[in-house]
Design a protein around this ligand. Structure first.
Ligand code: ZN
Ligand code: CU
Length: 488
């Protein structure tokens, strides 16, 4: 007999993603939507899951990822769905896979090599061709896509050490318009990184102009996250004001021992400006960062782990000081021999990480680097670590608040309609988990490990993680940014 629901989740503790207190109930799913929430003990489902009081939450939204290529090369998205993530925001830090209207330079210009060291995946001449590929061969998760300013520079600027010319800015702006028409939600920058550090504020503003009309958002890995963090925040606010769009400050942090404790100062400045313009923030729950290996970043870190090395791959996962000692050279020479390479840098203060993490406007974003041989554990562990280590063990926030930071708040900021909340009519993106055991299993020493406590993960009504494995379903969609017109 055909049952009333395709999937019926019984005896759930429902954490709805708005920050509201959990409540007991059943959830009936039909097709890709939540059809009913309430006491459904008289109803039946073609499939049923009895949670026995464990948690049903909206699927987690990873506000900050570099999954542009992972969605195509590993569409099961195991590092993501295994920690309860059902939507990824890709194309962050100025780095997007598309568009690349001319051949990518060889070797691939860092940091674009974080997506693909060989370069063959930079094969989408337009943003529309990339979106079309994602629709033809969808991954397990939904995505919202940013177009990266560094990618646009590599695609149009010949001398990357200089500001773009008016003509090059015009071409980048046309590529932004094309990307927004094709379904991008905004532009990201990585003004901290080599090929974009040469871009003055005015270049960014001019390139981002099309965002206002298309209702886009501006996300930034700021120019400086250390001594000059305040200048960088002011630059970010100015770009948002002059373009006329919301800004997202990516992985907010204050780097280096000299800036210990300054997270509160950064948050105070952000709060002050939030009164005048829309500002969003994401962060990851670790005291180490990760990006390409460089001598200056290593010099300001207390410990460095090599996450990948093209010429010497056998050193991935080892400490840089041990590698240098075994080579009989100093750290700088070891970095020269290992490069191109990636590093994990211990250089944040735990108190600052917690101050930022618990701020009520801060979203969770993993910033995971999915193609590193020995990745930072944030790739597999960010979301369960927030729920387990920081929520349950350290008591930084109640479960409902932690979930809000990874669902409702993120969907609101990125304009993802009917996502990030559990209510009738919303999309059936859900994560079912055990609040008593949920935590990251990934560590710096052993970084590739599915989380503890995540039981079933559902995207658009279809299970993408169950019983500790991917069943192979790929129901993910490219999501649009839908924002209320001003004044509505
Ligand atoms: Zn970044
Ligand atoms: Cu990033």
């Amino acid at each position: 007999m055909k049952q009333e629901f395709d999937l019926l989740i019984r005896n759930a503790s429902i954490v709805d993603g708005t920050g509201a207190l959990r409540y007991p109930g059943d959830i009936g799913i039909r097709g890709d939507r939540i059809a009913r929430i309430g006491d459904l003990s008289a109803a039946g489902g073609d499939r049923e899951i009895d949670l026995g009081g464990r948690i049903a939450a909206p699927g987690f939204i990873d506000a900050h990822t570099h999954d542009d290529r992972l969605m195509l090369s590993s569409p099961d998205m195991a590092p993501k769905v295994s920690q309860g993530i059902t939507t990824v925001v890709a194309g962050n830090c100025g780095i997007s896979l598309a568009p690349m209207p001319r051949p990518i330079p060889q070797p691939v210009t860092p940091p674009l090599n974080l997506l693909d060291e060989e370069g063959g995946w930079f094969s989408f001449p337009t943003f529309a061709s990339y979106v079309a590929r994602l629709r033809e061969t969808p991954p397990a998760t939904n995505c919202a896509l940013l177009v990266g300013h560094t990618t646009l520079r590599v695609a149009t600027v010949d001398d990357l050490g200089r500001p773009a010319t008016q003509e090059q800015i015009g071409r980048m702006r046309a590529l932004v318009s094309e990307a927004m028409e094709a379904g991008a939600v905004g532009v990201s920058t990585g003004l901290f990184y080599e090929p974009s550090v040469a871009a003055p504020t005015e270049e960014v503003i001019d390139v981002c102009r099309p965002l206002k009309q298309s209702g886009g958002i501006y996300c930034t890995h700021m120019r400086d996250e250390a001594d000059r963090v305040v200048d960088s925040l002011e630059e970010t606010f100015r770009i948002g004001r002059e373009v006329g769009v919301p800004v997202v400050i990516s992985h907010l942090k204050v780097v280096g021992p000299a800036n210990k404790g300054r997270s509160q100062e950064a948050l105070d400045l952000i709060e002050k400006n939030m009164a005048h313009q829309p500002i969003c923030i994401d962060c990851y729950p670790y005291t180490a960062g990760s990006t390409i290996l460089s001598a200056d970043r290593a010099a300001s870190s207390s410990r460095v782990i090599v996450s990948w090395s093209k010429p010497l791959p056998q050193y991935a996962g080892q400490n840089l000081d041990a590698i240098a000692a075994s080579m009989g050279v100093d750290q700088d020479e070891a970095i020269r021999r290992l490069s191109p390479a990636g590093g994990i840098y211990f250089r944040l203060d735990e108190g600052d990480v917690q101050t930022i993490l618990k701020h009520d406007q801060v979203m969770i974003g993993s910033d995971g680097l999915p193609h590193d041989a020995s990745p930072h554990p944030r790739l597999w562990g960010s979301f369960p670590r927030v729920l387990g280590h920081y929520g349950r063990l350290l008591g930084l926030f109640p479960l409902e608040t932690a979930i809000y930071k990874m669902t409702g708040l993120t969907a609101k900021n990125f304009g993802l309609k009917d996502r990030g909340v559990l209510r009738e009519g919303a999309y059936a993106d859900l994560t079912l988990f055990n609040a008593d055991t949920v935590d990251s299993a990934a560590t710096y020493e052993d970084p590739i490990a599915p989380a503890h406590g995540i039981e079933t993960v559902i995207v658009n009504g279809v299970a993408v993680w169950q019983g500790g494995r991917s069943p192979g379903a790929r129901p993910g969609r490219v999501l649009a940014r839908e924002v209320q017109p001003a004044g509505a």
